[in-house]
Ligand binder design. Sequence first.
Ligand SMILES: Nc1ncnc2c1ncn2[C@@H]1O[C@H](COP(=O)(O)OP(=O)(O)O)[C@@H](O)[C@H]1O
Ligand SMILES: Nc1ccn([C@H]2C[C@H](O)[C@@H](COP(=O)(O)OP(=O)(O)O)O2)c(=O)n1
Ligand SMILES: [Mg+2]
Length: 222
Amino acid sequence: MRGGLVASARLLPRPLVRWFLQRRAQQDINENMSGGKKVKIIFVLGGPGSGKGTQCSNIVEHFGFIHLSAGELLRAEINSGSENGTMIDTIIKEGKIVPSEITIKLLQEAIIKGGNDKYIIDGFPRNEENRVVFESVINISPEFVLFFDCSEEEMERRLLGRNQGRSDDNIETIRKRLKVFVESSLPVIEYYESKGMVKKIDATKPAPEVFEDVKAIFTHMA
Ligand SMILES: Nc1ncnc2c1ncn2[C@@H]1O[C@H](COP(=O)(O)OP(=O)(O)O)[C@@H](O)[C@H]1O
Ligand SMILES: Nc1ccn([C@H]2C[C@H](O)[C@@H](COP(=O)(O)OP(=O)(O)O)O2)c(=O)n1
Ligand SMILES: [Mg+2]
């Protein structure tokens, strides 16, 4: 059967084959499967500068997850010169949240491309709209939500020292992002908390100590 499929695929135009494979991968994530395994997703949340990206790199290195950062996918979209790029750039500079359909499409493509069964999704869902649209489009419930709890004062200090040339790491945008975090992102964390799905970590500590706490959670789940 498989050989037959491959043989027929050779006779078809390449874009059509790519479309077919994408459709199949899409069905697979909608049925929560990748290569016969259930797709596991963990949401990594926390305010701007709480250390999400730093700890996600550690998780990738030690536990074999694919790291998807919603913010990085959006920045790549701006840099690719796509038609939505200017609009995304403006929203990010204002410290606001990009419409869910854009971010979810990028996440969906990255999950299909990743071909893995374990993903940590960093900085998403950042508001109720993100959460609800992801649930209806991707239809995968997270295993749990990792929440990096950090004081605003410490987050502000870290962002001002981050030095990655980001257009949103200036004091004016940082203050707006912190406000958006409290008003729009915390309610999402509270929603998952009410379902007993949040694993909260004290993220004000130095990064190696934070990773010890992260490690305990991931070692436990393996
Ligand atoms: N536990 C920590 N203590 C001090 N600085 C940290 C810690 N974790 C990360 N940082 C630094 O703070 C900045 C923001 O970290 P990052 O991982 O990019 O956070 P986020 O992705 O949540 O915005 C970076 O410069 C990073 O090196
Ligand atoms: N789900 C998301 C994630 C990020 N964004 C936008 C708005 C955010 O301020 C920027 C940057 O996000 P990113 O996660 O990279 O920022 P931090 O790592 O928290 O500092 O991207 C979004 O609109 N929707
Ligand atoms: Mg980050």
